[in-house]
Design a protein around this ligand. Structure first.
Ligand SMILES: Nc1ncnc2c1ncn2[C@@H]1O[C@H](COP(=O)(O)OP(=O)(O)O)[C@@H](O)[C@H]1O
Ligand SMILES: [Mg+2]
Length: 235
């Protein structure tokens, strides 16, 4: 079966639906781009995938031996979070917290792994810096390293380039594409549909009409054609 399967999902809060009738599949190694207007439920879907909240109806199933512990997460950032007063090194290591249990320290292997992940995202030189003093692009790299410490089979990325300048956004997309090429399954929420359409092999469109399929199929839909025209994406 697929690595991640959404079946007849209704998502929402306090019994009130935000999104209904959602079906999708993600295969190992896919790069799925999740698009939809503000408030359509993209972040809610991420939280449901992470089992942080239950669906109101339907189910999310994992296949291919995937578990929740195999999924790393880069949350959508708020201003408050950007001002977090901690060292970069500590933030990256905190990716291991889900595996530490009650152990109040990081092992030597975990510390070494955290440094390796910082290196992987091109941010090794930032380890001793204070997170709140970094640029938006540097902060997102640090959070990507943190997510990679948590897990590496699948990554959920919620608006990873929002607020970044074009160069920093392009660098972030390159990193994500490299990880995907290494076999990491990517589920990425973005507003930035043009570049996303180039990188992703599958698109999930939510809000208004629902669609889940290949990039090529998406570009044949009304929403896909509209996005492609707006963004100058490849037809
Ligand atoms: N904790 C919450 N409690 C109640 N409603 C929420 C909560 N979080 C989000 N919502 C509502 O759910 C809808 C979808 O939100 P969200 O998933 O954040 O959208 P998106 O990420 O697509 O912009 C919005 O109408 C939002 O106001
Ligand atoms: Mg959101």
């Amino acid at each position: 079966m697929a690595q991640i399967l959404g079946e007849n999902l209704t998502l929402g809060y306090d019994g009130k639906a935000v999104l209904q009738g959602l079906n999708f599949t993600v295969e190992a190694g896919d790069y799925l781009c999740i698009v939809g207007e503000n408030g359509s439920g993209k972040t809610t879907l991420m939280k449901t995938l992470l089992r942080l909240q239950p669906p109101l109806a339907g189910a999310i199933r994992f296949g291919d031996g995937l578990t929740r512990q195999d999924i790393g997460y880069l949350p959508q950032q708020t201003e408050v979070q950007r001002d977090f007063p901690a060292l970069v090194r500590e933030i990256v290591r905190s990716g291991f917290q889900g595996r530490c249990g009650l152990r109040p320290f990081y092992t030597r292997a975990e510390k070494a792994e955290a440094e390796r992940m910082l290196q992987k995202v091109g941010a090794a030189d930032l380890a001793g810096r204070c997170y709140r003093e970094l640029s938006g692009g540097q902060q997102q790299r640090v959070l990507l390293a943190r997510a990679l410490c948590a897990a590496r089979r699948a990554l959920l990325l919620d608006e990873p380039v929002t607020g970044l300048d074009p160069d920093a956004a392009a660098a972030m997309y390159d990193l994500i594409a490299d990880l995907n090429a290494e076999g990491v399954t990517i589920l990425m929420v973005t507003h930035d549909v043009g570049p996303a359409l180039q990188a992703a092999n599958r698109i999930l469109h939510i809000g208004g009409s629902l669609f889940c399929g290949s990039r090529e199929e998406y570009l044949q839909t009304g929403a896909g054609r509209r996005f492609a025209r707006q963004e100058g994406a490849p037809a």
